[in-house]
Design a protein. Sequence first.
Length: 770
Amino acid sequence: VMASMAHLQEEKLRLQEEVLGLQEKLTARENDELSHSLQLQGQVETLKEKLLEQAQEIGRLRSELGCTDAEKHRDLLVAENEQLRQEMKACEGELRELRRQQQAPCQDCAHLQENTELQERLSQLQWEAEETRAKLAELDLEVQQKTNRLAEVELRLKDSLAERAEEEERLSRRLRDSQETIASLKSQPQQIKYIIKTVEVESAKAKQALCESQSRNQYLQEQVAMQRQVLKEMEQQLQSSQKTVAQLRAQIVMYEAELERAHGQMLEEMQAMEEEKNRAIEEAFSRAQVEMKAVHENLAGVRTNLLTLQPALRTLTHDYNSLKRQVRDFPLLLQETLQSARAEIGQAIEEVHNTNRELLRKYRRELQLRKKCHNELVRLKGNIRVFGRVRPIMKEDGEGLEAAEVVTFDAEDDAVLHLLHKGKQVSFELDKVFPPQASQEEVFQEVQALVTSCIDGYNVCIFAYGQTGAGKTYTMEGTAANPGINQRALQLLFSEVRGKAADWEYAISVSAAEIYNEALRDLLGKEPQEKLEIKLCPDGSGQLYVPGLTEFSVQSVEDINKVFEFGHVNRATECTNLNEHSSRSHALLIVTVRGLDRSTGLRTTGKLNLVDLAGSERVGRSGAEGSRLREAQHINKSLSALGDVIYALRSRQGHVPFRNSKLTYLLQDSLSGDSKTLMMVQVSPAKKNTSETLCSLKFAERVRSVELGPVSRKAELASWPSQEQLEVTKGPPGDSPGTRAPPGRGHMSPSAGQLSSRAASIRRKLQASG
Ligand code: ADP
Ligand code: MG
């Protein structure tokens, strides 16, 4: 707004200057007009003088020639001239008045006033211009009339001239007539002489008069021509003055238009400014109103706050005073309270201590009770259990009769399976039977209780037994997509250990070994070829250990996978045909779980031995030779030894022949005492494997049928058939100890009775040892 105000101020100054310039121009124009009118006045004056002269001349002529019509006209013209002069005078007066008005000083300088004055003056000027225009028109008319009159005068002059010419003609005619008469008279001498003399005298007088009138006529004509010339000049002057007036008029109109436009612009701007000002004022007003309202509200709020705060302040002061008093008394109070608190805390600690001690005692008692119960349970269930697993028929089994399934199951009892052998069905009862469709998951479900007991410090052995291709490796290791017991067991251990992490600290480590031809080798070691020895711990605990067997500490499933991979690589690089080699050797995965109970400091160590045994099939007794025969002998020996050990354990014999093979010797700790053992007997369902399937199932049943019982019975069963004997007993089902014999019955070996005395001696030894 300020900027536009300044701009407008400038504009106004500029306009004022323009108006001043215009005024100056106007005065100049008016001066010009004045000088013109003065000139015109001068000319009119001279014309008047000339007219006067002419009038005098005419008067003189009239006095000479007498009054003619032309003279009357002239008189009229003179009168008109007089009238014109008077009018001119009136004009002059008006002009003077005009000048006076123009010279009237402008007093007020305020622009609005000036404007109005200017406008007034303009209108006055316009009015005056209008008047002058009217007067000019009148003058024009008069000039026109004058010219008309002049034309009339000229016409009359012409008429009079024509009359004179006629008169001259007439006179010359008379002269000629008189000359003729003179000539005729001359012929009549005397009379004629006389006549001639009179005529001569008369004609001389007439001649003189004629000459005079002719010269006068000439003079008059000259005068008229001069008058005409003057008139013409006057007309020209009038025309030029008319032109000037027209120009002036056009200029006046232009200035008027300009002035009007400037005035309009100024008015518009002033209007706009006024509006803007009003708007700004309105806005400011409304804003101020709103602010005022807010301030009022605030004030009201503050007032109410103040009113509510006053009582609060009063109570605060009161509180402060009382607090001050309390602070003064506080140290004393604190001391007292501290003393009593100390005493109370001491008492509480004492109580807690006592309770804790009691709880710990109870806990230990419970732990022992639990262990006892568990052991009792295991004892009741038998800590050696035998499962059977039948693999599905596969492509490798071929087609047709050979691939026919010979194993069937009992819909009612999941511990029974039937084998079709030589047209008859032989039934076997185990602790549990897994049909071909049983998944790895289902199998592991049955095994996981064993695995977790390892965390409680028990030693566990899981064996996979069966002919090559019956699914031992599948059950133990499985495939990457469908892992077997090994990997699932470790996963379970990890998750269990994590669950107990609040109270227990666990460390899990793994070793992998292989027994081939009764030689023990480390699968995770740097030198897999090296044969390892099994030795007694030098600490006198009677424990066994294998010096140099690598033990990897593992924390996650990833670690396990790495260890397995490493073991596989080691095994593969050491032999030309891995499949064949693996079927001829026992593969062991030994997982050790060491635990520490943080609250009691109790330490536990549990071992989980996962064994993928060598193929149980018998090599043709006649055909095998050399290394193949040696392998077969070693396998046979170690599997027989395993059977012997399990038998001895289950029948609680005093002597268990652990040392008969590297495998049993190595697993001694994990097989004896309150250790738990699972034998997973793998069989093929194909017809072509019937005889091997029969052998494996017989082995399973025999292992299982060894039960704790009366001494006599133990004595009866004291003998464990060797692998060779298994073969011998293999044969027609009629030869075997009955189909589906109840456990512990009908399995008597023919040699059982003979060995009863040996069993008795073992029992005595057992009793003696307490
Ligand atoms: P072994 O280790 O006793 O010689 P494998 O475990 O190598 O026998 O099994 C031989 C073949 O049979 C393998 O290809 C294996 O994948 C397959 N197999 C074994 N058991 C099963 C099963 N329960 N389900 C599916 N395939 C099996
Ligand atoms: Mg295998």
